[in-house]
Design a binder for this molecule. Structure first.
Ligand code: CAO
Length: 477
């Protein structure tokens, strides 16, 4: 009997505890329902646009990137408000700090323009104490981004299995040169990716060799792809609660940007590519997509024409598109009104064999004015065209400064420099464009504020050698 009473008492106690928990849950549910908008999202903020923080506030990135591809990705995330903690090798750091140096003893523009708005900590990832600190960082960060050579992260002991076990929510994002396949172990730089991704074989003039482009589509292009992969994985994590691996191969990124050429490769099976000027010139097509010079990649023929001053100014050119709907306006402006009705010129099909001659006539006209005058004139008639802008002109362009696309920042050792700000504009999240960090500038701050180490512990870590370069070996006498 006494036993039954005791059991009943235990049951009552347990039910009371349960209902107490229930009450707590209900009240918190009510609170969040109050905050929520009916669809699980918080109520719309009352703060004015631009005053509600940054898009990625609260997101912490463990940034193991170097050179260009990975840093492009993490810099964008930093501009959007993420706390990007760049881990660098003690004493050396990202190799680009010293590459293409223009100011003695100052970080190069190569580095500073790709690592703005980040914090830098130096950790020897192969030192036991360094591993300990990295494991703590893995626990507190949301995303690890890296673009080491294949296998390097594993060799540091940071395998996916280890990271996932340490922090199941962590997203591990990597840039590699190639995806799984025959070249997966290769180290890859920008131009290798441009060549392997189909860009070089389709860039340049027909008579000349393959060409690489000035835009860094292999490095920066793949960094952009990676940023999108990370954001998607973060969004999925909201539902699944777990992280995943994100891989962007540079070959794949370049191919994605060169997809119109894979389109053309398949069209070749059905006949010549009529919008390529070689068609108009009667040059037969081969088995692969040829280089098309400055032909437009779309269905509207385009070419680069000279403007006034071209003899001395290498950038006195204009890109001109003979867009079909404005053909009449083009004929009027360049002084060939009869071409509007002449059956030899009146239709896009009739014009295809004469594109070279048509652009020569347009050029005769554009050579009478500078590229900006030509741009103004043609735009009045909705004729699509664009001046070839030099980097000097872009650097001095006031509209790019006022939109924050080109930003001047001040650096303690190199002084003022220009950087490319956030090209992605969010109406409620002003870009956070700050100078790049000095090597290890935020080491103490991160150990203390992010990882919670006490002063004595920090001193111990420093003594261990995990944060400093190994002493140089004495030269044998
Ligand atoms: N502490 C200790 N060691 C560190 C460290 C740290 N904080 N940071 C890096 N290292 C070590 C790595 O562990 C690696 O050592 P092991 O090879 O002995 O394991 C070593 O530094 C060099 O790393 P890496 O092989 O990535 O660098 P690399 O200069 O030889 O190659 C690159 C550079 C870019 C070719 C290669 O990283 C790569 O192919 N990356 C992927 C593709 C890519 O992003 N390419 C674009 C680069 S931008 O043009």
């Amino acid at each position: 009997m006494a036993k039954r009473k005791k059991a009943k008492k235990r049951r009552t106690k347990a039910t009371a505890k349960k209902s107490a928990r229930k009450v707590v849950r209900l009240s918190s549910a009510r609170k969040s329902a109050k905050k929520a908008n009916g669809n699980g999202l918080p109520r719309p903020s009352n703060k004015p646009y631009g005053m509600a923080g940054r898009a990625l506030d609260g997101l912490r990135i463990l940034d193991f990137t170097h050179v260009q591809s990975g840093p492009t990705c993490t810099q964008l995330l930093a501009y959007m408000g993420a706390d990007v903690i760049k881990v660098e090798r003690p004493g050396a750091g990202d190799i680009t700090r010293g590459q293409l140096r223009d100011v003695p003893n100052a970080d190069s523009l190569y580095f500073t323009m790709l690592n703005g708005s980040k914090r830098s900590i130096t950790i020897d990832s192969k030192h036991p104490k360094g591993t300990e600190i990295l494991n703590r960082l893995i626990k507190t960060c949301d995303v690890l981004v890296e673009n080491f050579a294949p296998g390097a992260l594993d060799r540091m002991g940071l395998t996916w299995e280890h990271i996932h076990k340490t922090n199941p929510r962590m997203i591990v994002a990597s840039v590699k040169g190639f995806g799984p396949g025959p070249y997966e172990d290769c180290k890859v730089y920008e131009n290798v990716a441009q060549c392997a991704g189909g860009s070089a074989s389709t860039t340049g003039f027909r008579e000349g060799p393959p060409l690489v482009t000035g835009a860094q589509i292999g490095d920066s292009g793949t960094g952009l792809h990676l940023a999108l992969g990370i954001m998607s994985a973060l969004y999925q994590r909201n539902r699944t609660g777990r992280g995943q691996k994100v891989l962007c191969a540079m070959q794949d990124g370049v191919l994605n940007l060169a997809r119109v050429k894979l389109r053309d490769q398949q069209r070749l099976a059905h006949g010549p590519l009529t919008e390529y000027s070689q068609y108009g010139e009667g040059v037969p097509f081969g088995i692969a997509v040829p280089r098309a010079g400055n032909d437009s990649g779309g269905g509207q023929p385009g070419w680069i024409v000279k403007c006034k001053g071209w003899e001395n100014d290498p950038d006195a050119y204009l890109y001109f598109i003979t867009q079909a709907p404005v053909w009449g306006a083009i004929c009027d402006v360049i002084g060939e009104p009869s071409w509007k009705t002449d059956p030899e010129y009146a239709t896009p099909k009739a014009r295809l064999p004469k594109l070279k001659q048509i652009f020569a006539r347009i050029e005769q006209f554009t050579m009478t004015m500078d590229k900006f005058e030509a741009m103004d004139l043609f735009n009045k008639h909705d004729i699509p065209c664009g001046p070839i802008l030099s980097m000097k002109e872009i650097a001095e362009e006031q509209s790019l400064r006022s939109t924050g696309t080109v930003v001047e920042v001040d650096h303690p050792t190199r002084g003022k420099y220009l950087t490319v700000g956030n090209p992605i504009k969010l109406s409620d999240s002003p870009a956070d464009v700050r100078r790049s960090p000095l090597l290890g500038e935020h080491t103490d701050e991160i150990l203390k504020d992010v990882l919670g180490f006490k002063a004595a512990e920090i001193a111990e870590i420093k003594n261990s050698g995990a944060l400093s370069a190994p002493p140089k070996k004495e030269k044998a006498a």
